[in-house]
Design a protein around this ligand. Structure first.
Ligand code: DGY
Length: 348
């Protein structure tokens, strides 16, 4: 699909993206916009080299693509100076290779914070109240009347929510769980989440002033402390060498037997084989997973487990956010071509 064929700068998007604002922005700045309409979901490096062609000023790509040496070399040969991932995470991008070939890299932080946190909160609630299991039970025609013990789950109020990685998304999630469900907070991050701490303190004081049990917060000195103490744990680190298999067999064994683990970050943060085993051994331990180690696949056994809720990497999938991500990605590429500041730049 080609927009504004006579545009001076050729910008390629490896996928169609929601909305038209991003296309209009590029057209307004004299870009010819080419959108790949290839049906297959994941494009190979060869597919993308072909899309880049002989002349290409910038590319908007996706987290499913392997942006390494080959692609940055191809983009640089075609005269390209800019690449933006339509994602906040950029573990699929070799930033050193981009630097080597003089290509600026952008990502799309900010616009997906609340949407992603909302999905983490949804998975936490769905796991706590066994919503998916109960839905399957209804649809299977198994409901034959109210019972005192039917799908009994956990009350979140007064329990402790654990957040690993209290950056933008982790903090937004923590705030939702504390304010929405009156949970106490324990978090682990290399940096102090000062605003989050202030919020929980103020909210705790507000509850107390109204005769309610105040909520509390604690900054853990280690991740293991969070795993040991929290009832619901949500993972929000970036994926790099230090966070690969952060949640492994040993760490799972330190968690409460009825804990809930939510992952909306990146699949490889959790050792999925160890997780499947742990879920089998501990039927009251529950997980809500948006991401998987070998996407789009799940490790054997996971799909059969009642104590696992699995969704296909949809944490940022709200209309507003996805349009915002597309717009930011376009602005990133345009920024480099036209010399404007780049919005999300992992190099900075
Ligand atoms: C991201 O942006 O990194 C998410 O995984 C997809 O929105």
């Amino acid at each position: 699909e080609v927009w504004n064929p006579s545009g001076k700068y050729r910008v390629v998007s490896t996928k169609s993206m929601p909305g038209t604002r991003w296309i209009n922005l590029l057209i307004a700045q004299d870009c010819r916009v080419e959108i790949c309409t290839e049906k297959k979901t994941i494009l190979s490096v060869e597919d993308i080299v072909a899309l880049i062609g002989d002349k290409c000023d910038g590319v908007i790509g996706q987290l499913t693509e392997d942006w390494g040496e080959t692609l940055f070399a191809a983009l640089s040969r075609a005269g390209g100076k800019a690449f933006s991932n339509m994602a906040v995470g950029y573990n699929n991008v070799d930033v050193n290779a981009a630097n080597k070939y003089g290509v600026a890299v952008g990502n799309t932080p900010g616009v997906l914070t609340e949407t992603t946190a909302e999905l983490a909160a949804s998975l936490s609630l769905a796991a706590a109240r066994r919503i998916v299991e109960a839905d399957e039970f209804m649809r299977a025609g198994l409901y034959d009347g109210w019972l005192p013990y039917l799908f009994v789950g956990n009350l979140l109020k007064g329990q402790t929510v654990g957040v690993i990685g209290a950056g933008r998304i982790g903090s937004a999630y923590a705030r939702m769980m504390v304010e929405g469900f009156k949970m106490n907070l324990i978090y682990y991050d290399l940096y102090q989440a000062t605003r989050l701490e202030k919020f929980v303190t103020a909210y705790g004081a507000f509850l107390q002033a109204n005769g309610e049990q105040p909520v509390t917060w604690k900054r853990a000195s280690s991740m293991d402390e969070v795993l040991r103490e929290a009832d619901v744990i949500s993972l929000h680190p970036v994926l790099d060498k230090t966070t690969y298999h952060l949640i492994n067999k040993e760490r799972l064994s330190t968690m409460k037997k009825e804990a809930i683990l939510v992952n909306c970050s990146r699949g490889p943060v959790v050792d999925e084989v160890a997780l499947v085993e742990h879920l089998k051994q501990n039927p009251k331990f529950r997980v809500g997973l948006d991401v998987f180690e070998d996407e789009p696949y799940m490790k054997p056994g996971l799909a059969e487990l009642k104590n696992a809720i699995v969704v296909p990497h949809i944490a940022s999938a709200s209309k507003w956010t996805r349009e915002g991500m597309a717009t930011l990605a376009a602005l990133n590429v345009l920024g480099k071509i036209k010399g404007y500041p780049i919005w999300g730049n992992p190099n900075q």
